[in-house]
Design a protein around this ligand. Structure first.
Ligand SMILES: Nc1nc2c(ncn2[C@@H]2O[C@H](COP(=O)(O)OP(=O)(O)O)[C@@H](O)[C@H]2O)c(=O)[nH]1
Ligand SMILES: *[C@@H]1O[C@H](CO)[C@@H](O)[C@H](O)[C@H]1NC(C)=O
Ligand SMILES: [Mg+2]
Length: 250
């Protein structure tokens, strides 16, 4: 009998990927992001589920999510809403509790994070059996599109200051497009105390402290077209406070 050739790309196996999509006023974006996720997962053949964590969006995001569940099925789209806006950090914790995959992908629902990169995240994870794979805007072909100078400077500045203070060994600290082994994410969220914008950064800083291995995939980040960003002046002040707290406690 002829022996079968092993292909270069890893084949779908027993792994399952739970995508956590926190939403707040994402009615316009949700159908497209879900459609893209279904498309790229369908093509790759990996098992997946999409967990939508909506925090009582006044724009009717949850109703849109319910329609999407009808279209794609209850095994693919899980709804785990909360009554009011309780923040991103706790939205992730809430989502993880309901995840059935052995891997978890965290991404924004506003189309800033394109699902086309997910197969690369999965390949990278398998290549080094990494504990987490982080999308990076600051290496290789990565980049940021659609941000004004102010936001670029804030993001770059936050990264730079954190690199200098904490030496975390990853090039994009404030990004939130990442893939984690489920148990790694669970132990990280247990350790992380910060809220808001600094949360993503604390996750990767703690990951390095705990000796988790980190892989990186260059991504292009595109600013949202629909809806409003939640980053304001308050966020920047609390970011700086959070960074100093991290510096003092690590
Ligand atoms: N469930 C939930 N989702 C949120 C909350 N705040 C923001 N989001 C979602 O988190 C993602 C990132 O938020 P966004 O405003 O785009 O942040 P930015 O990209 O840093 O400006 C988007 O999918 C938002 O809909 C919240 O309090 N609860
Ligand atoms: C991480 O690795 C370093 C160097 O090998 C070691 O000194 C440290 O104790 C490890 N930390 C943890 C939390 O395992
Ligand atoms: Mg955004």
């Amino acid at each position: 009998m002829a022996s079968r050739k092993t292909s270069q790309r890893s084949q779908p196996d027993g792994d399952k990927y739970s995508v956590l999509l926190p939403t707040y006023n994402e009615r316009e974006n949700l159908p497209l992001i879900v459609w893209l996720l279904v498309k790229y997962f369908g093509e790759s053949g990996y098992k997946y589920e999409i967990i939508v964590i909506d925090d009582g969006s006044p724009d009717g995001t949850l109703e849109v999510a319910e329609q999407l569940q009808q279209i794609y099925g209850e095994d693919k789209i899980l709804l785990r809403p909360r009554a009011k806006k309780l923040g991103l950090g706790t939205a992730y914790i809430h989502g993880i509790k309901h995840a059935t995959g052995n891997f978890i992908i965290i991404m924004d629902a506003d189309l800033s994070h394109h699902p086309k990169f997910i197969p690369e995240f999965i390949e990278k994870q398998k290549e080094g059996n990494y504990d987490l794979v982080s999308g990076t805007r600051y290496r290789g072909n990565g980049g940021v599109y659609g941000w004004d100078l102010r936001r670029k400077i804030i993001s770059r500045g936050a990264n730079f200051v954190t690199q200098v203070l904490l030496r975390p060994g990853a090039s994009d600290l404030t990004g939130s497009f990442r893939l984690y082994k489920k148990e790694v994410l669970e132990s990280l969220v247990e350790q992380c105390v910060s809220k808001g914008y600094v949360f993503q950064m604390e996750m990767i800083v703690r990951a390095r402290q705990l000796n988790f291995t980190i892989g990186e995939v260059p991504i292009s980040f595109v600013d949202r077209v629909y809806g409003e960003s939640k980053l304001g002046g308050n966020e920047i002040v609390s970011f700086l406070k959070g960074l100093l707290t991290l510096f003092a406690t690590t």
